[in-house]
Structures are given as C-alpha cells and as structure tokens.
Design a binder for this molecule. Structure first.
Ligand code: UFG
Length: 329
C-alpha cells in the first residue's frame, strides 16, 4: 500500500476474539486498524496492532468523535452481543444494542462520507435447516434474537446502498483456533464454545465436557458443525476490504469450509493432537441446536479469492491449545 493512501480503518469490536485477529491481519498488510470498543466483553490487552478508541455504539457522539479523530476510509463492524442463549432470555438487549448500535454506526459512517463497510453476520441467520448445505442464496429464518438482530442489520445495510454505502457481509460458521503466534486468542466469559471447553477439560481448568445430545440424526448421533480458523476469517476481511476499495460493490459471502465435524470427532481429534484424554459425559440436547450446519463457500473462493489455509481440525486445535496454554494476551 502506498504511503499517500489513507490506510486507516475503524474496527468496531477490535478488542474481541475475531476483531483482534482481523486487526493483526490488517496491520500485517499495511493498514492502521483503529479499534472502537466499549470493552464490555473485549480486552484492552488484545488491542496490539493499532490504537484503541474507547466508545460505545449506543452513543452516537462517541462514534462521531472516533471518525473525527482518526478519519478512517472504511469500517469493519465486529462489535456485537453474540450469545444465542442470552438472546433468548433477553431479546430486547440484542435488538437495542446490536441493531440500535449498528444503526448509529451506519448513520455515522455515511455522515462522515465513508462508504466502505464490512459486516460480521452469522449462519445463525439461517435458523435450523438440517441437511441443507447453506449458501448465500438459502432462505434466512433466524430462530433467536441473536440471528434476528444480525439479519436486521443485513437488511439495514441494503437500505443504505442508495445513500452510497457499499457493504461486504460475511456470514461466519463456527469460528475456532487462535493466532498461530498466540499473540491473541479466544477469551470469552462465560465460555460456551465447544473447542475451548474441550481444551480446558483436558487441562483440568474446568470440569468434564458434556456432549449436548447423542441422539441426533447424524452418523455418530452428535451435532455437526463447519469450523473455520479465526485467522482464515481475518484474511477474508482483508480481502473484503480490498473488494470494496476496488469498487466491486456490495456482496454477501458465507465463510466456512464445507466440511462438517461432529462433537465426537472434535473430541477424538483433540485427544490425538494433545495426546491426552478428554474427560466428558453424555448429556441432553441443548435447546436451539441444529443437527448439522455446513456451509458452501464457493462464492468466497471463486469471487474473493479466499482460500482457508489453517481450517483443518488439527491446525485449529493445535493453535487453540497453544493459546490456552499461554493463558494471556
Ligand atoms: N457442544 C457440546 N458441549 C458443550 C458445548 C458445545 O456438546 O459444552 C456442542 C453444541 O451442542 C454444538 C457444537 O458443540 O453442537 C458446537 O457448539 P458451539 O457452542 O461451539 O457453537 P454453536 O454451533 O452453538 O454456535 C455457533 C456460534 C454462534 C452462532 C451459531 C449459529 O458460536 O455465534 O454457531 O448456529 F450463532
């Protein structure tokens, strides 16, 4: 990137799991990622690759102040509440903070004359469509306020296209792994995701893993998911940004690998990678879990030129394990 270009990008949620990995990827190719984060779930120590602007998306004036101070040429919007279960018990919070926050951000972005926007959406917008390989054209029928809030933001972005905004929307599948150098990694509280819980169970940092349901209509009875390495996802964001700055316009991409792993397969792989037993028991199904969520990511590969290079299960587990053994940012 030439020195004369504006290489500053605003990264909301840059102190969070995926946002921090994206900041590293952006910095590595010459951008200055400015993290905008309220640090409610993110970590100040994870902001290592550019400045931190502490602000809240529900406060429009703090977003305007960030634009004023840093003058970014693009926005990558990761910040969101992202727990499916919590969104069922407290849907209002998801609509207020995710959708209300995104509206403030989009309006501030357009008001600042910034027209390139990359948005983190989710396969939770599809709901439960067992057996279908999900693509960008699959109907979206969210089953909870988390998925509903993300779908609403997708629709909101489309309404701002006539105002000149261009958006790349990424629908993530199951994000896993950690930065290969363990500079940043996954640190949720509470932790609900399978892979960090498996790793913690091995290390004895918490109790045995419970497999949520063994009677699904899948080959081994446990749920199947499409896991993608967080650093591959970060690379996709750099490509999404380049897509927009090249003037290619608004587009939606699913990001997964097309390969599903069952819960038992993840446990077996973790045992092989760490050479240790995974203490676990078999329990009841978790409400809201689909049996199988797998993504077709042909569009991201052919149009964006995105090639996941680390999203095999062994690499994801190895990188996650290295990060959790390190234990801090
Ligand atoms: N699982 C267990 N035991 C656990 C935790 C998880 O068996 O202790 C199982 C789940 O039932 C599921 C699989 O492991 O079958 C993966 O569960 P995760 O919680 O890691 O991930 P989810 O598939 O539930 O959630 C992911 C993202 C969400 C997104 C959702 C969309 O983390 O942000 O996909 O379906 F909304």
């Amino acid at each position: 990137m030439s020195e004369s270009k504006n290489n500053t990008v605003l990264v909301t949620g840059g102190a969070g799991y995926i946002g921090a990995h994206a900041c590293k990827a952006l910095q590595q190719v010459g951008y200055v990622p400015v993290t905008f984060d309220n640090l409610s779930t993110g970590h100040a120590e994870a902001v290592k690759f550019g400045p931190l602007f502490k602000g809240d998306l529900t406060d429009r004036s703090s977003i305007d102040a960030a634009f004023q101070e840093h003058r970014p040429h693009a926005v990558l919007h990761f910040a969101a509440l992202s727990q499916v279960g919590e969104s069922v018990t407290d849907p209002g919070r998801y609509w207020r903070e995710n959708v209300g926050g995104a509206l403030n951000l989009i309006e501030a972005t357009v008001a600042a004359g910034v027209m390139n926007f990359v948005f983190s959406s989710t396969c939770a917008t599809y709901g439960d469509q067992d057996g279908v390989v999900l693509t960008e054209d699959t109907d979206q029928r969210p089953m909870n306020a988390y998925g509903g809030s993300k779908l609403a933001i997708e629709q909101m972005l489309a309404d701002f296209v006539p105002k000149g905004l261009e958006a790349v929307i990424f629908r993530y599948f199951n994000v896993a792994g950690a930065d290969p150098d363990a500079d940043v990694g996954e640190d949720h509280d509470p932790e609900t995701h399978l892979i960090p819980l498996v790793i913690d169970a091995i290390a004895g940092r918490r109790g045995p893993l419970t497999i949520f349901g063994t009677d699904y209509d899948t080959p081994d009875g446990t749920c199947i998911r499409d896991y993608v390495h967080v650093s591959d996802l970060a690379d996709a964001h750099v490509k999404g940004l380049e897509w927009l700055t090249a003037g290619k316009g608004s587009r939606t991409f699913c990001l997964g690998t097309g390969t599903g792993f069952s819960v038992r397969e993840v446990i077996d792989a973790a045992k092989a990678v760490t050479n240790a037993e995974v203490p676990h028991s078999e329990g009841a199904r978790r409400a809201g879990d689909a049996a199988r969520l797998v993504c077709g990511s042909e569009r991201a590969k052919t149009e964006l030129g995105w090639t996941p290079t680390r999203s095999d299960m062994v690499t994801m587990l190895r990188d996650a394990h290295r990060w959790h053994e390190k234990g801090s940012f």
